[in-house]
Design a binder for this molecule. Structure first.
Ligand code: TEU
Ligand code: CA
Length: 558
């Protein structure tokens, strides 16, 4: 990749904020826009370039804002439209852009379009949603919704079922209706005029569903609709766009993130995230992480998109458990393993996303069931208890995978409620906040926060982070995750001990004399990698160029 063609978002680092859990400014126990503004200095210090803001639009909050009833207004819980404009402006002064979350697959059942649509079959908005007649007195088929139950809901007024892939209060929009698409494009243009820096597109690979054939993601019209949307909106600005695509593989990701800009900048893919569950089952059906599988996923995505697409890099978001509790060690080696996981990810090619609190090494929680707030978790609990599962087994799944692990309040300091609110938080604070919090880390040498800050800085200094070709090393090693990045000027070695026991490593012999860019231990033990140890070495190349042209080793570029 040549410097000249580089897009701003290729060297950017994005920070995700889940607004209701970030910072409360008015004591009602719910985070808000003013609260985010109060913390811009903290974010600037970390060094991030953009904030992806989970939805703040008007919503009955059945799914914490992923059920929108007005795309062009802010929910009073989070503040006003004026607060939003102010946040965009103030963030801009800190060189931080705001990425809005577009939920376009469905609306809230309180959206005016849906209220109209369900009032009668002749209503002009009826066809904004997906309706089917009953079949022998039953729903048209047995498709299930992501949050439990049938995907079909009966409406007496129309004597029809509407289709919903998520909660019953999130009716699916009908993208086959050109009027729906035009309304959406108008709305996107309106946000672009407000000066946002980009968009994250919720479950975007599910918009072109074909319920009659049981198709949810990757429907036949998907790329046609995305290209149309991109042409009519995103391409008129210099935006970062990232589509959430649970159904992405390296092949369709080359379309989604085509460097010609016809679709998105990149997608979130979830292959790594799906590794620790039983094949063909649900995320609640736990399985140990296959380490070789993790290597395989990253290897395929790093080499597969090189020169012909762009990766997003993430461990965490508001739907996923905390990575340090998941694949690190949140006890004895919490700090070391949090840094190791950060090193592993931030050395790769792509745009890194940091989820709030990840930069502090925040951990999962184990609450009694009454303290969970997430609709998915609550429904799952009911469903499984009803189906005869042991309570202890259900709770074990919830501890490991509940989305609320990510949604406990941000831990700012060791005062009551972690400095998140003066009131009663909408969800319990993680009890470990007296030890793990920002005040003890920002500006404190050796902290997880300062380590993330350093990683972000390195990405800005050395072009090899953005440009370098990826090569997996020690593929068969059962403890070490190692790879090299290489461009014309230099080689970057990333080596991580993924587990809690010390191991020897021959590869170090040829690198130990090189420049150590960053590491998570003081000093080093010759030829050894200590528990969860991570290191990055840089080697300046004498001769240039390196000879190989992008794609010349048969890495499939189209
Ligand atoms: O998530 C999409 C999605 O498929 C998730 O529901 C996922 O399956 C689940 O969280 C993992 O168990 C997006 C949003 O990120 C999520 O917060 C929303 O609830 C969902 O869409 C509906 O809008
Ligand atoms: Ca508030």
């Amino acid at each position: 990749m040549e410097q000249g063609n580089r897009k701003w978002w290729q060297s950017a680092v994005v920070y995700q904020i889940y607004p209701r859990s970030f910072q409360d400014s008015n004591g009602d126990g719910i985070g808000d826009l003013k609260g985010i503004q109060m913390r811009l200095n903290y974010l600037e210090r970390l060094g991030i370039d953009a904030i992806w803001l989970s939805p703040v639009c008007k919503s009955p909050q059945d799914d914490n804002g992923y059920d929108i009833s007005d795309y062009q207004d802010v929910d009073p819980m989070f503040g006003s439209m004026r607060d939003m404009e102010e946040l965009i402006e103030e963030a801009g002064k800190h060189n931080i852009r705001i990425i809005m979350d577009l939920v376009l697959n469905h609306t809230s059942d309180e959206h005016p379009w849906f209220l109209e649509a369900k009032s009668g079959r002749d209503n002009p908005y009826h066809d904004y949603y997906v309706w089917r007649d009953k079949k022998d007195g039953m729903p048209p088929n047995d498709m299930r919704a992501a949050f439990g139950g049938s995907a079909w809901e009966w409406v007496p007024e129309t004597e029809q079922y509407y289709f919903h892939q998520f909660s019953v209060r999130q009716p699916d929009l009908n993208w086959d209706n050109p009027k729906v698409r035009q309304e959406i494009y108008k709305m996107i243009a309106w946000w672009m005029d407000k000066g946002v820096g980009g968009f994250r597109l919720d479950v975007i690979d599910q918009i072109a569903k074909v319920p009659d054939e049981g198709i949810t993601n990757n429907g036949p019209m998907l790329h046609t609709y995305i290209r149309e949307m991109s042409r009519e909106t995103f391409q008129k600005g210099d935006l970062i766009t990232v589509g959430e695509a649970w159904g992405a593989d390296t092949e369709n990701a080359k379309l989604f993130s085509n460097p010609d800009g016809s679709e998105f900048s990149m997608v979130f893919q979830f292959e790594h995230v799906l590794l620790d569950q039983q094949k063909g089952k649900e995320k609640w059906d736990l399985a140990p992480l296959p380490f070789d599988g993790l290597k395989d996923v990253f290897d395929r995505w790093q080499t597969g998109l090189y020169g012909c697409g762009w990766n997003s890099l993430f461990w965490n978001n508001h739907d996923l458990p905390r990575i340090v509790s998941r694949w690190g060690n949140d006890g004895e080696y919490r700090v070391e393993s949090a840094k190791m996981l950060a090193t592993l990810l931030h050395g790769m090619q792509g745009t890194p996303y940091i989820y709030q609190g990840e930069e502090l090494g925040m951990t999962n929680v184990t609450f009694p069931i009454e303290d969970y707030r997430d609709i998915e978790t609550r429904n799952l609990y009911q469903e499984r208890i009803h189906a005869g599962y042991e309570k202890a087994a259900v709770m074990e799944s919830i501890y490991a995978k509940s989305r609320d692990n990510a949604r406990t309040p941000m831990q700012w300091d060791d005062s009551e409620n972690a400095g998140f609110t003066q009131g009663t938080p909408w969800i319990r604070v993680n009890p470990n906040y007296r030890d793990i919090h920002a005040a003890a880390q920002a500006g404190v040498a050796g902290s997880v926060f300062e380590y993330y800050r350093e990683l972000i800085k390195l990405r800005k200094i050395h072009s090899v982070f953005v440009e370098g070709r990826f090569q997996m090393l020690l593929k068969e090693d059962e403890n070490l995750f190692a790879y090299m990045r290489e461009n014309e000027e230099c080689q970057l070695l990333v080596i991580c001990n993924f587990f809690g026991k010390q191991v020897s490593c021959q590869l170090l012999e040829e690198w130990e004399e090189e420049l150590l860019l960053i590491g998570n231990y003081e000093g080093s033990v010759k030829g050894q990698m200590r528990p969860y140890e991570a290191r990055m070495y840089l080697r300046q190349k004498q001769e240039e160029p390196c000879g190989a042209e992008p794609g010349s080793d048969g890495v499939g570029c189209i």
